[in-house]
Design a protein around this ligand. Sequence first.
Ligand SMILES: [Zn+2]
Length: 222
Amino acid sequence: MMFPEIRAEVADLHKHLIQWGLVVWTAGNVSARVPGEDLLVIKPSGVTYDQLTAESMVVADLDGKLVEGDHNPSSDTEAHAYVYRHMPEVNGVVHTHSPYATAWAALGEDIPCAITAMADEFGDDIPIGPFALIGSDAIGRGIVETLAGRRSTAVLMAQHGPFTIGKSAKAAVKSAVMCEDIARTLHLARQMGPLKRLPQTDIDKLYDRYQNVYGQTKQGSR
Ligand SMILES: [Zn+2]
């Protein structure tokens, strides 16, 4: 079996999607780039989360075609593969239909950077990406075109849901968890009145501190 450690890591990371309430049934997936290879490891299509094991993960190429596995790769594999082809710094991708982030996606509204936790983690508004149907590279292209050159590691694909990216698969999972948490909080706030975006200078200071100082690591947690 190819890449047993990466398979085990990706299988394990799916537990966070359950733990933090981001997914129901089989509708969400984590992938990781295989370092140094034009390959990725991703959840198989249609397998429920309690049946995910290292062995059931699939290996696909960066065109989304199956390389090794007993099941077909997730139907979102083409989108993940497109991101890896066009964003060499990205090593992990996550997609869910988590309810609050998907509610913002349904409206087609960016989530404004209105709280410090969002400035820390995203340093940015969480942008809406274009509406795109599954079955071509339109979703992948929409993700890349929306996130290229931005700080945000999350994009809300219009009337669909969030895709998140990271320097590791774990970082992409963290982005998905934080995106949902922020989407919920700012939904609640908006029931009480209009949202106020933080001043850009404060967003910049918070982001720089969290990414570069917090946690004592040079690159923060990304
Ligand atoms: Zn989806």
